[in-house]
Write a protein that binds this ligand. Structure first.
Ligand SMILES: [Zn+2]
Length: 479
């Protein structure tokens, strides 16, 4: 990377460190957390920390500016890497062409492998620049907004509670879950879901199912607990897919899919229940049906077939296809978001209903917030990027989810963790280890065209944004 960019990064970090230091000295309370440290706290801590305003406008603005600059620099850095890989690919392709008649078969194969690996690296850098880094920065930004605005929101929510006005909110009749009508005719979506599944299976896009009985039974048990305390009126069908993508989705008509990567990423049963509650809510509110006409559904099914054709003939040309091919994206990026009912408005609705169903099932409803935060901070913002597709602003999602949790009557002994969850994790660890061994030479939905050594596709996995953005630079602990 150019020296100028490196200096900018270091400057950005130094400015922030200075700022963090001054805020702790200037604080009127000796135990005051610096703003830089506060931004690294989970949402649940911030909801408590920020009930009173603690930071000056100048402090907040300085950090906001640093975040904006950090995001720009980091995105630029990975865009630049992607274009360097592209140039290198072009250079090797030219070499192939120029020396076509002179090189040995082994040299040709070596060049092919180098090109293939560079394509993987290019797709990875573009994915980071386009999706993962913006997601992680947006999450930080949302925390900054929360620190600034939560004191006012908190007063507003407290007033809504005290006056009892909260009973009149949309879907405020939580004591009648299961007996109220969120949306008529859920059963009319069953055929749509079945068609989509058939199409995905026949085009080879659906990962294989997990066969481990203990894991299947466990996921079914949690999903059934949540669905029996929800407004779902169609039979629930649960499928656990053997894919490392951190994702879960529900197709219209009650078909819930949980991917192995999601089971690896959740840390307790309340988090898993929170995700399931959210997905089932899209089915309950018939979001897919509202977003898609019959003609659009048909065109999605056709498109799935086309994506498969591109992937399985090795004819991948676009960045998206490479990303799929090398396993950075999974089904989450193949599936039409409209079919899943994902839109900015509908996400907030699914968050609200999901929190209600998790609560009604006896789980700690804040599991959803904890999982969301973790996904956007470390574990998921790379492998789980599909989860954040077309999302409403994180700030709105977190405030609205917390508002709903505050309005729900307290339940004693809300479940966070169970011994069955831990047992499932033990089985999963064995399964994941075997899968990792299997995936070594085929890191994707589709094996790359050549039998080359696997490209280094895991950069960024499980790392915090600071570590990713400082890769290849001298800056450490920056933004
Ligand atoms: Zn959703």
């Amino acid at each position: 990377m150019p020296a100028l960019l490196r200096r900018c990064l270091i400057y950005g970090v130094a400015a922030l460190l200075a700022l963090a230091g001054s805020s702790s000295r200037a604080g009127d309370r000796s135990d005051k957390v610096t703003l830089a440290d506060a931004l690294k706290k989970p949402y649940s801590d911030l909801f408590e920390l920020a009930e009173q305003p603690q930071y000056s406008k100048a402090e907040l603005n300085a950090v906001r500016g640093a975040l904006t600059r950090g995001r720009e620099l980091c995105v630029k850095q990975f865009k630049q890497k992607a274009s360097e890989y592209e140039k290198e690919i072009e250079r090797l392709q030219k070499q192939l062409k120029d020396q076509a008649s002179r090189i040995t078969a082994a040299e040709r194969r070596d060049l092919h492998c180098r090109i293939q690996n560079l394509r993987a690296l290019q797709a990875q850098a573009e994915m980071l620049a386009k999706h993962a880094i913006p997601i992680a920065y947006e999450n930080r930004q949302a925390k900054l907004d929360l620190i600034e605005q939560w004191p006012v929101k908190f007063k507003e929510i407290t007033a809504q509670l005290e006056t009892g006005i909260y009973h009149g909110r949309r879907w405020g009749d939580v004591e009648d879950i299961g007996f109220r009508e969120i949306e008529k005719d859920q059963h009319k979506d069953i055929k749509t879901g079945q068609d989509a599944i058939r199409e995905m299976k026949s085009s080879g896009l659906m990962p294989r199912e997990i066969e481990n009985r203990l894991i299947i039974d466990y996921v079914n048990r949690v999903a059934r607990t949540v669905s029996s305390h929800s407004d779902l009126k169609v039979p629930l069908k649960v499928t656990v897919l053997d894919s490392k993508e951190i994702n879960a989705f529900a197709l219209p008509g009650g078909f819930l899919f949980i991917e192995r990567g999601l089971l690896e990423a959740v840390d307790d049963e309340a988090e898993l229940a929170g995700v399931i509650g959210h997905e089932l809510s899209h089915v309950v509110a018939r979001h897919g049906h509202k977003l898609m006409t019959k003609a659009q559904i048909a065109s999605f099914l056709l498109q799935a077939g086309q994506i498969a054709a591109v992937l399985f003939t090795g004819g991948a040309t676009s960045f998206g296809a490479y990303a799929l091919q090398y396993g950075f994206y999974g089904l989450g990026f193949v599936l039409d978001l409209n079919l899943l009912g994902v839109s900015r408005d509908f996400e907030l609705q699914a968050d609200q209903l999901g929190v209600q169903y998790t609560w009604a099932s006896g789980y700690d409803p804040s599991g959803f917030i904890r999982f969301f935060d973790k996904m956007a901070t470390t574990k998921g913002f790379v492998e789980g990027a599909a989860w954040f597709h077309d999302h409403p602003p994180f700030f709105d999602r977190m405030v609205e989810a917390e508002r709903e949790i505050t309005f729900l009557p307290r339940k004693p002994r809300a479940v966070v963790q169970t011994s069955e969850f831990e047992e499932m994790k033990r089985s999963l660890a064995e399964l994941s280890a075997n899968a990792a061994e299997d995936e070594k030479d085929k890191p994707s939905l589709k094996r790359p065209a050549l039998d080359c050594p696997a490209p280094p596709v895991d950069a960024g996995s499980g790392q915090a944004i600071e570590a990713i953005c400082s890769q290849g630079t001298q800056a450490r602990g920056g933004w």
